[in-house]
Design a protein around this ligand. Structure first.
Ligand code: GLN
Length: 315
């Protein structure tokens, strides 16, 4: 495979960091009160290759809430255990063209696939309702073990973010109830909502996200621990759904500019995956209107253009 040299990766990461560092556009998410308290100037970048080489700059070791970056990894469990057809039929894999927590979008798809896809809140809450064993503590153990396996270390829960979101998530509660009403959510919607809220509150660093992404780039085996987390078909399907909706309603522009499957979260994280090569992850809290880190997008675009031209479409 064509993996850029160590020197090229380091130069690209340092250049992207220097170019994006002074960008003060955007603001922290504040609908989850604890996220508004995170210092907005934090900025870190990490690249991890499929050979397990790690490059970091800035605040790549600072922990933050994973939020929606957790969604593709949780989805991979369902793809692996229930099959790709199940995901396509039961949840859905299409774009919504709407914000990640849109009830309008859910209602528009009510007669077909109200959960829409696993990377919007509806789909992600539904996914957590189907993870097994069904008993809530066991289901949480499955989710947290999965995230630990992808990251190659034991991740902690950000208790402050968890409590903040758990006490302010009426909108997601409404989504969970609607999904239950439409028969797309298994069991108690409160349990699924709580698991989802916990999952979003897992602490990661940019380096962790890069390892998680590099595991997908590496066909489902963690390049640092050597452990297989999912089958290579599952890793491919997971990247496919990231290509359709990883940055929500601005995924089209992202694919146009960068061309790599990616996933953002309102905690300020983004991971982008160059299949067979490496993953790039960033942490910078200020977000654009769609909820995607502004410096993160800028830095990833710069690194991709430096290392692989216009992304996966470069021949
Ligand atoms: N936990 C957040 C929510 O449900 C995740 C959203 C995101 O990161 N886009 O709103």
């Amino acid at each position: 495979t064509d993996i850029p040299s160590q020197a090229r990766i380091k130069a690209a990461v340092d250049k992207a960091y220097a170019a994006a560092k002074g960008n003060t556009a955007g603001k922290n998410a504040d609908y989850i009160p604890a996220l508004a308290q995170v210092p907005p100037g934090l900025f870190g970048i990490a690249v991890v290759t499929v050979q397990g080489k790690v490059y970091t700059v800035g605040d790549a070791g600072v922990e933050f809430a994973i939020e929606s970056v957790s969604k593709p990894f949780a989805a991979s469990w369902v793809i692996e255990k229930k099959g790709e057809q199940w995901l396509e039929d039961k949840i859905g894999v299409n774009q919504t063209g709407m914000p990640f927590n849109s009830i309008l979008a859910l209602e528009a798809h009510a007669q077909t696939k109200p959960a829409m896809n696993p990377l919007v809140n509806a789909g992600a809450i539904a996914i957590d309702s189907w993870i097994e064993p069904a008993e809530p503590a066991a289901r949480w153990a499955t989710i947290s073990q999965l995230m630990n396996d992808y990251a190659g270390r034991t991740l902690s829960l950000n208790q402050v973010v968890y409590e903040s979101e758990a006490s302010s998530n009426e909108h997601n509660r409404a989504i969970a109830r609607l999904l239950k009403g439409y028969g797309t959510l298994d069991g108690d919607p409160e349990v699924a909502l709580d698991l989802y809220t916990r999952q979003c509150s897992i602490n990661v660093t940019a380096k962790d996200l890069a390892v998680m992404g590099a595991t997908l780039a590496n066909g489902g085996s963690n390049p640092l621990t050597g452990k297989r987390i999912v089958a290579s078909d599952t890793a491919e399907r997971t990247l496919a759904v990231m290509s359709t909706t990883g940055l929500y309603e601005t995924t089209g522009a992202w694919t146009w500019n960068v061309g790599l499957p990616a996933k953002s979260g309102v905690g300020g994280g983004i991971v982008a995956v160059a299949p067979g090569k490496f993953a790039i992850a960033t942490f910078a809290p200020p977000l654009d209107e769609a909820g995607n880190s502004i410096k993160g997008q800028q830095a990833i675009e710069s690194i991709v253009r430096e290392l692989i031209g216009a992304g996966v479409f470069e021949t």
